[in-house]
Design a protein. Structure first.
Length: 389
């Protein structure tokens, strides 16, 4: 793997006044099952390379900062994942008790493990993965105020980014082509969205309240003559996230109320993480997770979801060793259809700059209209080797 280390060293060449970090990663995805549809890519092994970097420059005594974070994936194997994105490209100015951000940024809200209900600022990058963890950069102007009252953020989002989907014929892409998006609002991608979030730590509780008004990040996939057309509705959403710490217990809650996609509906995910420290005197920590998902949306008018009545059970193991070895495993079970999604993620460092990663996802039991049914043959195991700089 000399070429992988060489690429990272070239990318890390210093530039005056700039801090540069990132990495080059080789990935091999393996699909144990043959594709469910004859038109799908039948390659069982799908290699790819990705590159990410974060360039930052501070001045004015640290009060001003520019950040640029590009991302690229290349595979050339018909899996539909080749893409380039600018995840972050913003200017940040910090004042006394306030800050302003202008440009492309990523903002995360939420506390739960199995689903991030209140996290609505950034669009999912469904080409990179279907789990909702990878996000596109969002153009924004953000004013954040800090004080004894907590933290208050105001977001003006001047341009919408539609969700990218896997190519037709790619694994994890489903059996029906997805066409160009349409919008409820005549301004389309130029519609200006707005959001507010207040957060504060009160004793052992971390509380967040949010409001969003604008173009939904979740599209409704509408049947058309050429396939499915993503339709982006105008919505209004209230959100609450809460985490309470009680010794080894973390109690977690996220809940929303949304209007604009059929009748107003509520959704929630609630549960806990219980950590067993210094397991058996080994220094390792084991966290046991359980969460219940509820979603009351109208399935004919709102975007499809797998989280309507689902139980999530998982375990998080951290060895706390020099190699930073960790493993997270969980299963999401639909109480109505018995559909299951099993996920395993692990990593281990080698030296200062190398990271070996493992990801596996097993899908089973889904029946239409459950979204899992369309990709039920697309279980995969992925191995990654990353060289950081």
């Amino acid at each position: 793997m000399r070429w992988l280390g060489a690429a990272a060293l070239i990318a890390a060449s210093p530039a005056a006044g700039w801090e540069i970090s990132g990495g080059v990663e080789a990935e091999l995805r393996a699909f144990p099952q043959a594709p469910a549809y004859a038109f799908q890519n039948d390659a069982r092994l799908q290699p790819s390379l990705s590159f990410d970097a974060r360039l930052s420059h501070d001045w004015n005594g640290g009060a001003d900062r520019i950040v640029i974070a590009p991302f690229l994936r290349w595979g050339n194997n018909g899996d539909g994942r080749d893409h380039v994105d600018l995840r972050e490209a913003y200017w940040l100015h910090q004042g006394e008790g306030w800050s302003v951000t202008l440009g492309l940024d990523k903002v995360f809200w939420g506390v739960t493990e199995s689903r991030h209900l209140v996290d609505i600022i950034n669009q999912d990058d469904a080409v990179e993965d279907i789990d909702g963890e990878d996000k596109l950069g969002q153009p924004m102007a953000n004013l954040t105020l800090y004080g004894d009252f907590g933290t208050l953020g105001l977001y003006v989002l001047p341009r919408f980014r539609p969700r990218p989907f896997p190519d037709f014929g790619a694994r994890l892409g489903g059996p029906i082509p997805i066409g160009d998006p349409v919008y409820e609002d005549s301004d389309g991608q130029k519609h200006v969205d707005v959001a507010l979030r207040w957060s504060k730590s009160i004793g052992n509780a971390d509380l967040g309240l949010s409001w969003f008004r604008g173009t939904s990040r979740e599209p409704v996939l509408v049947p058309a003559a050429t396939g499915l057309v993503p339709r982006y509705d105008q919505i209004s959403q209230l959100g609450l996230d809460l985490q309470y710490t009680a010794g080894a217990w973390l109690w977690k809650l996220e809940t929303i109320s949304r209007a604009g996609q059929g009748p107003r509906f509520q959704a929630a995910v609630a549960g806990f993480e219980w950590t067993l420290s210094d397991l058996g005197g080994t220094g390792a920590d084991l966290g046991l997770l359980a969460e219940w998902n509820y979603d009351g949306r109208d399935r004919t008018l709102a975007p499809a979801t797998i989280y309507d009545h689902d139980l999530f059970l998982g375990a998080r193991l951290g060895l706390n060793d020099l190699a930073d070895t960790s493993l997270l495993a969980g299963v999401l079970v639909d109480s109505d259809t018995n559909a299951r999604v099993v996920t395993v993620e692990g990593q281990r460092r080698f030296g200062e700059n190398w990271l070996l990663g493992l990801q596996a996802r097993i899908l089973s039991g889904g029946l239409p209209p459950d979204p899992i049914a369309a990709i039920a043959n697309d279980d995969f195991i992925a191995l990654t080797l990353r060289r950081s700089f």
